[in-house]
Design a protein around this ligand. Structure first.
Ligand SMILES: [Zn+2]
Length: 320
């Protein structure tokens, strides 16, 4: 049975929906324009006020109805300097948003027919939209745990041995889900797992007065020194205790296994340089798991949200 059928109807966005909504480059451009400048209305530098802009036939630009100054909806976005058709960009974004575990640049190449170099570039640009690094976690109960990626020692899943520099530490924090909302996750690579480093991440993301669940690894000791800020509950993993009432770190560990399965299955090997962007992609999807495949819509919104606001004039124009 097709897995997608399990997604409720209002959260479904199929390839047919995509083909209808984005049949041509023009419809993609029109969509982008509407997201960035609804109704074509935006500030005209020359008129120094908001003006209505109209599409110029045959070119990917819109022009001020008063003075004729042109703007490009692609300027300042990930599409800006690309010669690849906008529709292929949209299709690649659809592919990346629609699979459960993400797809590789190689798959984008196969599906779109662009060169591998182009596919890789698109892949990286699209992924750059997925960072939620400015997100503030709001759960009153969170789990914190760390994992280690890479390294050649046999003990891949374990904590690194002294001198085992190839493993990259990642600190993860997840909100416990409540009846009202699904918990979100934040995962970040760190230079090390010193107490101060881990504490810094926690203070940045977790609201004071939250209950923080961790295991008994010593790097979390500092939480006990911040009793006024956090309530710290630990599970004794080294004594092989994994759950005691609500004291466990199963939620964040579930996220780690998702990441590990994905990296193993789709991306094979990940360098330190790209590990963060893989984590961002997994977190982005995890944090929107209730949206069915409307994740694509979130992704489209990110394009405009992250566009450089001032770069809409001719100088920033795309060379189509
Ligand atoms: Zn104008």
């Amino acid at each position: 049975m097709n897995r997608r059928q399990t997604i409720p109807k209002h959260l479904r966005y199929t390839i047919q929906d995509f083909n209808e909504q984005f049949a041509t480059d023009e419809s993609c451009l029109e969509h982008l324009k509407e997201q960035r400048f609804p109704g074509g209305i935006t500030y005209c530098d020359k008129c120094q006020q908001d003006r209505k802009h109209y599409k110029i036939t045959g070119r990917p630009v819109y022009s001020c109805d008063h003075c004729g100054t042109q703007i490009s909806p692609m300027a300042g976005t990930i599409f800006e300097k690309s010669t690849t058709s906008l529709r292929l960009w949209y299709y690649s974004m659809y592919l990346m948003a629609s699979t459960r575990c993400g797809i590789s640049a190689k798959q984008i190449q196969r599906e779109t027919g662009v060169t591998y170099k182009t596919a890789w570039r698109m892949f990286r640009q699209i992924r750059s939209l997925l960072s939620d690094s400015d997100m503030q976690l709001e759960g009153s109960a969170v789990e914190v745990d760390e994992m280690y990626h890479g390294g050649k020692s046999k003990n891949r899943r374990g904590r690194p041995m002294v001198g085992d520099k190839q493993k990259i530490p990642v600190v993860g924090i997840v909100e416990r889900s409540t009846e009202k909302r699904s918990g979100r996750v934040y995962a970040v690579t760190t230079p090390d797992t010193k107490k101060a480093t881990v504490m810094e991440v926690i203070k940045e993301k977790v609201l004071p007065k939250s209950t923080v669940f961790t295991d008994d690894f010593c790097i979390y000791d500092d939480l006990d020194r911040h009793r006024n800020e956090y309530r710290h509950r630990r599970i004794n993993h080294s004594a092989k205790v994994y759950v005691m009432g609500d004291v466990h770190t199963n939620t964040i560990e579930g996220f780690w296994s998702l990441v590990k399965r994905g990296i193993g299955g789709v991306y094979h090997q990940v360098s330190q340089k790209y590990l963060q962007s893989y984590l961002d992609e997994y977190s982005f999807r995890y944090n929107r798991r209730d949206q069915g495949n409307l994740i694509f819509t979130s992704l489209l919104r990110r394009v405009s949200e992250l566009a450089a606001p001032s770069a809409v004039g001719d100088r920033g124009m795309s060379r189509a």
